[in-house]
Design a protein around this ligand. Structure first.
Ligand code: HEM
Length: 196
């Protein structure tokens, strides 16, 4: 139920959100030099960046329902959250290309074509590219508000692809990827229900 009178409009600027979003990345940079990334550092980094990407993508999807249902106005932070999410997707992909595959392009191509969870993850990344490219004020003006809104609906299949990719890569049925997928489906289902 919407709580119409509750309008929480935070006053603080967006830069602390960018800074907070960088904390997990900085934590792992620290771990690379001074900490312990376990027996398989590449996998640890790949997993961590993938999970943070998904968390921020979900946070971005939650902003509109939070505003409509609870009156929590975080709209001004949506671009920051989206760009942080994209940063973690890029870091995740970079770890995969560089540390996991050693920039062996034929092997990478074979992986994309043959392993469905990589195909779907890659589709998620490609769908996010136009959003990242049009996230700056000049690009928004150039594309035009209405087209920009339409274009940004690509985030829905992109986040779904990310969550499905996570469920597909695990061999058994652990709870965590299913919880992420359930949250994504609920946030997308809310949009269908509210026709937004
Ligand atoms: C929207 C984009 C993406 C999201 C949200 C995402 C998210 C995730 C998540 C949450 C995990 C699991 C982390 C864990 O186990 O804790 C993961 C693993 C992985 N992702 Fe992605 N991913 C994306 C795109 C990609 C792309 C483009 C690639 C490579 C082409 C990729 C390759 C991998 C690999 C290789 C793993 C680890 C698999 C293993 O454990 O062996 N992902 N990803």
């Amino acid at each position: 139920m919407a709580i119409a009178n509750l309008r929480i409009q935070p006053r603080f600027p967006t830069w602390p959100v960018y800074l907070a979003g960088l904390i997990p990345a900085l934590f792992y940079v620290y771990q690379i030099f001074y900490g312990d990334l376990g027996a398989d550092p590449a996998k640890t980094l790949e997993h961590a960046m993938g999970e943070w990407a998904l968390r921020f993508l979900i946070l971005g999807l939650a902003i509109t329902p939070l505003r409509r249902e609870l009156g929590i106005g975080l709209l001004k932070y949506r671009r920051a959250v989206g760009l942080i999410a994209f940063l973690y997707v890029v870091l995740h992909l970079t770890v995969y290309l560089l540390l996991d595959q050693g920039l062996d392009w034929p092997a990478i191509w074979a992986d994309i074509v043959k392993r469905p969870y990589i195909t779907i993850g890659m589709a998620g990344f490609v769908l996010l590219l136009p959003l990242a490219a049009t996230s700056f004020n000049a690009a928004i003006r150039w594309v035009g508000g209405r087209n920009w809104n339409r274009l940004h609906k690509l985030v829905y299949p992109a986040v779904l692809a990310g969550a499905v990719h996570y469920v597909m890569l695990v061999k058994s049925w652990p709870l965590e990827p299913l919880v992420y997928l359930a949250i994504v489906v609920a946030l997308l289902g809310w949009r269908v229900w509210r026709r937004t």
